[in-house]
Design a protein around this ligand. Structure first.
Ligand SMILES: Nc1nc2c(ncn2[C@@H]2O[C@H](COP(=O)(O)OP(=O)(O)OP(=O)(O)O)[C@@H](O)[C@H]2O)c(=O)[nH]1
Ligand SMILES: [Zn+2]
Length: 303
């Protein structure tokens, strides 16, 4: 018998037009999409919140009949309704690129996606360098940070985060920061299986990228490819948005004398006045670099 009652779920995986959805009770169902949804201009993607009906053939097979409006959307790969972006940053190689990082953070926060930072490869640190202490205190001003080593299985902070509450999380970072190593350690065989599947699906230059959410404690974790300078240039950020990437400095902006203060040089700027400690001053200097970068990028596309 067809159960016509509509129920809600979210899409955890898409592969070749077939969907895996997770119901509000946490049950996993395979699903197909009703015709009009398949040919929609913005196809269904991982993270979409959907309505489904159960099909007569099987209790675990569903048909997706509607898609709810998305709260936000990441594009590469398509991921909808993300709560948090966890950015992996290497304490050593590859070197931190603050402009790229700020642009990614800015774009996520614009879409109400919260940020946490995973500072990786701490096993390469030593007492004299104390790089992890310095870098974490720099980022701690603004974001929750974890210092990790996937190699040495030092992942206590992340595993604690995964137990906090149900969240949909996208993991990102530059190539080589240790994302795959981290996911292999966190998710084990399930993740390695999808990696070997992805490489088998690669044909010539057209690599098939399939994204999915993996269950990890209470959170749903999706892998994303590393971002590049090219992606950043496409963001088309506005100079006034630069301060979004610095929530710790943004706190002061209400007190600036000028409404259109850029917080880079103006007199009576409350952000500049707040730069008392060397650490905040360093954050402000990086903010100024980011602001000037957006101004120069903007000139390229304003004709
Ligand atoms: N010392 C140390 N090296 C690590 C750690 N995690 C990863 N690496 C090394 O860093 C290099 C890159 O690691 P990957 O996990 O492939 O990095 P990725 O971010 O997935 O890189 P892409 O696949 O290119 O996107 C490898 O040589 C790893 O062995 C770590 O915790 N400590
Ligand atoms: Zn100001």
């Amino acid at each position: 018998m067809t159960t016509e009652k509509r129920q809600t779920a979210f899409i955890a995986k898409v592969l070749n037009g077939l969907f895996t959805v997770i119901t509000v009770e946490g049950r996993e169902l395979s699903a197909t999409a009703k015709g009009n949804l398949r040919y929609h201009k913005s196809p269904l993607c991982v993270g979409d919140e959907i309505d489904y009906i159960l099909t007569p053939q099987a209790e675990t097979a569903a048909q997706i009949v509607a898609c709810r409006q998305r709260r936000n959307m990441l594009l590469r790969p398509p991921l909808a309704n993300i709560d948090e972006l966890w950015l992996v940053i290497s304490l050593f190689e590859p070197e931190i690129n603050f402009l790229q990082l700020d642009a990614v953070i800015c774009q996520a926060l614009q879409q109400q996606i919260k940020i946490r930072l995973l500072l990786s490869k701490v096993d390469l640190d030593n007492a004299e360098q104390a790089r992890s202490t310095y870098i974490s205190s720099y980022f701690n001003q603004a974001f929750k940070t974890a210092i990790i080593s996937a190699k040495m299985q030092q992942l206590d902070t992340i595993t604690a985060w995964c137990r906090e509450k149900e969240l949909k999380v996208a993991l990102s970072g530059l190539s080589g920061v240790g994302k795959s190593t981290l996911l292999n350690t966190l998710l084990g065989s399930e993740y390695m299986l999808t990696q070997s599947l992805s490489s088998k699906l690669k044909r010539g230059k057209q690599t098939t990228r399939h994204s999915q959410f993996f269950s990890c404690g209470k959170i749903w974790l999706a892998d994303t490819p590393g971002f590049s300078a090219l992606d950043i240039a496409k963001f088309r950020l506005r100079p006034a948005e630069a301060i979004l990437a610095y929530p710790d400095l943004a706190e002061f902006t209400a007190e600036c004398y000028f409404n259109n203060c850029s917080h880079t040089h103006e007199p009576k700027c409350a952000v500049i006045a707040a730069c008392q400690s060397p650490l905040i001053r360093e954050r402000w200097q990086n903010y100024c670099n980011f602001y000037n970068y957006i101004v120069s990028e903007e000139k390229k596309y304003v004709y």
